[in-house]
Design a protein around this ligand. Structure first.
Ligand SMILES: CC(C)(COP(=O)(O)OP(=O)(O)OC[C@H]1O[C@@H](n2cnc3c(N)ncnc32)[C@H](O)[C@@H]1OP(=O)(O)O)[C@@H](O)C(=O)NCCC(=O)NCCS
Length: 144
């Protein structure tokens, strides 16, 4: 099956929230859900970059997502996910192409994304599409 009937559109929150969460929960270990994925936190995120949260839809069903951001200096990519039966049809590629175009139009010249070390499929996917591994340690802290 081709992906010609798939449309890429901006996520509408709260309307799409439950279906997006269902997709993320079933997407496998590459998608880590945490406090930032509550409806309240996603609504907060939507106040900043509503045009960078994209979904792929097939006949009304959400089959893919990517959640982008731009802080004025760097882009960031979270939660690229395609439902298992819809993979290997070019949907992930379409989501990333659209997001990268939108980041470019906002003036973003460099973007980051995070991949867990053991997610070889995702690493291969990104490496083939021009992303490079960086020799960095990612650090995090809960801000309270
Ligand atoms: C990573 C992920 C988003 C890729 O999504 P996808 O829709 O399968 O991606 P695409 O279809 O665009 O590309 C995947 C492969 O299918 C191939 N493909 C695309 N259309 C195809 C078709 N019609 N027939 C056969 N193969 C096809 C692509 O060429 C690509 O192979 P390549 O990387 O060797 O070039 C998906 O595997 C996924 O959701 N993984 C789980 C969540 C995850 O780990 N996300 C990453 C978080 S960092």
């Amino acid at each position: 099956m081709g992906n010609s009937q798939i449309i890429i559109r901006e996520a509408q929150i709260p309307d799409d929230f439950q279906n997006i969460i269902c997709l993320w929960k079933s997407a496998g270990p590459g998608i880590h859900l945490g406090d930032s994925d509550s409806q309240a936190e996603i609504e907060k995120k939507q106040l900043r970059d509503p045009d960078l949260f994209l979904i792929a839809e097939n006949e009304g069903q959400i089959v893919g997502t990517v959640l982008g951001g731009f802080d004025g200096r760097r882009g960031i990519v979270y939660h690229l996910a395609v439902s298992d039966p819809s993979r290997k049809q070019g949907i992930g590629e379409r989501l990333m192409t659209e997001l990268e175009e939108r980041l470019h139009l906002k003036g973003c010249i460099r973007s980051y994304l995070l991949v867990t070390q053991d997610n070889q499929d995702a690493l291969d996917f990104y490496l083939k599409r021009g992303w490079n591994k960086l020799d960095l340690v990612v650090m995090g802290k809960d801000i309270e």
